[in-house]
Design a protein around this ligand. Structure first.
Ligand SMILES: [Zn+2]
Ligand SMILES: [Zn+2]
Length: 424
């Protein structure tokens, strides 16, 4: 039903302007899928309105489209700043491949709900690559890990992240401490749920590794290159599969590794921080803060444009700023000073379908009332609890209301053929 359209070349400036007018956030990329309209619209005058499904959809509805065997789908699950807002969570990108593999790159604050909106069983989202240990890049890891465990993930969660300038600043130490931090949460699940999804498998790799493969399975290779951001210990990633190449900066100032190793990416997702002038006017930074944070610790939009003009991806995607009606035109103007290729400044829930021939960019619809998808594996019997039982003091405060509880338990037992007894 939905067909793809090619990314427009830089020569189609007029059409790019129309696309920008229509969608605001898309600059130079065809964002709307087309399909045969059929005769219904022509016949509509004087006839009853059709009640058939729409002939084509302008947006992506998670869980309704099969990925082709050679296709990559990328969903922006977080494009904003360390303080998430309803419109934008912090950094998070979901990559789905036609071979069934799924990867998360960063899992910043607020992104868990965007991931959940994709209607993918938790079992299948078990590989997370963290670019650095800022809260806006892994702030929702605990929520996704423990929340996913209680909501049906029956697969260990695997996390890859960089070492740090000292062992205590590396991913392994950080996530060990995270598990200690949640000791009470973990204890409460004991004896209650199948705990396979609570296992956390952490792979720490050298942040100084240059274009080194850190993941290689099912034809998917993920490489790491160093990033320059705040202090040592930040990295960027390059994923290659089936002749497609995705580069993801996480956070970084412009650097030689990005220029050397991300050339000719099919999709190049790079941070593009608010332009310094906007940091001053919108975020009330001092000029000094705006210049240091916006151009030295991060990449400003004109620097982003420079990187894209030198690496020439099929599609350049900028993120990591408050993408609004009054910031976006300035961001585009800055990037366009030096870059005239295909460009999108992404919003949350944007989806990118990529094949060797086509790139399609759309918005996603999402279901605010989504329930987690059921697990794909049968649950195992839960062993007895290892956590301490209620104290006598707390137990003594319970009001069981057996007059209403008894009938409820009986009803459920009867309906499901079980024989559960109310704990006394
Ligand atoms: Zn950062
Ligand atoms: Zn960041």
């Amino acid at each position: 039903m939905i067909t793809t359209k090619k990314v427009f070349s830089a020569t189609l400036i007029a059409i790019m302007a129309v696309a920008f007018y229509l969608w605001g956030h898309i600059d130079g990329v065809e964002g709307r899928a087309t399909g045969p309209i059929g005769e219904s619209s022509a016949d509509a005058a004087g006839a009853a309105s059709t009640t058939d499904e729409a002939p084509y959809l302008d947006v992506y509805y998670p869980g309704t489209e099969k990925l082709a065997a050679d296709e990559m789908r990328v969903v922006a699950c977080g494009t904003g700043m360390p303080s998430p807002r309803p419109k934008q969570a912090a950094a998070c990108w979901l990559v789905e491949l036609g071979n069934g593999d799924k990867f998360l790159f960063d899992i910043g604050a607020g992104s868990h709900e965007r991931i959940a909106a994709q209607k993918i069983p938790y079992d299948y989202i078990d590989k997370i690559f963290i670019g650095h240990l800022h809260v806006d890049h892994f702030g929702d890891l605990a929520s996704f890990w423990l929340g996913g465990t209680t909501m049906n993930r029956l697969t260990p969660l695997r996390v890859w992240g960089p070492s740090g300038p000292t062992p205590e600043m590396g991913t392994a130490h950080s996530l060990k401490k995270m598990q200690e931090m949640y000791v009470w949460d973990i204890a409460t699940r004991s004896g209650v749920i199948d705990a396979r999804g609570m296992a956390l498998e952490v792979t720490e790799f050298d942040y100084k590794a240059v274009n080194k493969v850190i993941y290689n399975k099912n034809g998917v290779k993920i490489r790491t290159i160093p990033a320059i951001h705040a202090i040592d210990g930040a990295v960027s990633f390059i994923l290659e599969w089936n002749g497609l190449k995705l580069s993801y900066s996480s956070d970084t100032a412009p650097n030689k590794w990005w220029l050397e190793y991300t050339k000719d990416s099919d999709i190049s997702i790079h941070e593009s921080f608010l332009a310094p002038g906007l940091l001053i006017s919108k975020q009330k930074f001092t000029p000094g803060e705006a210049l240091i944070v916006g151009t030295i610790a991060h990449t400003s939009p004109v620097q982003f444009g420079k990187l894209m003009s030198l690496t020439k991806p099929r599609l350049a995607v900028g993120y990591h700023f408050q993408n609004d009606f009054d910031t976006l035109p300035i961001m585009i103007e800055e990037a366009r000073k030096v870059y005239d290729g295909p460009l999108v400044f992404s919003q949350d829930y944007m989806v990118f379908n990529i094949t060797k021939d086509n790139i399609m960019v759309r918005e996603s619809a999402y279901d605010e009332a989504i329930f987690p998808e059921p697990p794909t594996k049968p649950k195992l019997p839960v062993p007895p609890p290892s956590s301490p039982p209620f104290s006598e003091f707390i137990s003594s405060g319970a009001e069981m209301f057996l007059d209403v509880l008894g009938p409820m338990w009986e009803e459920i037992n009867e309906e499901h053929g079980t024989d559960h007894k109310i704990p006394q």
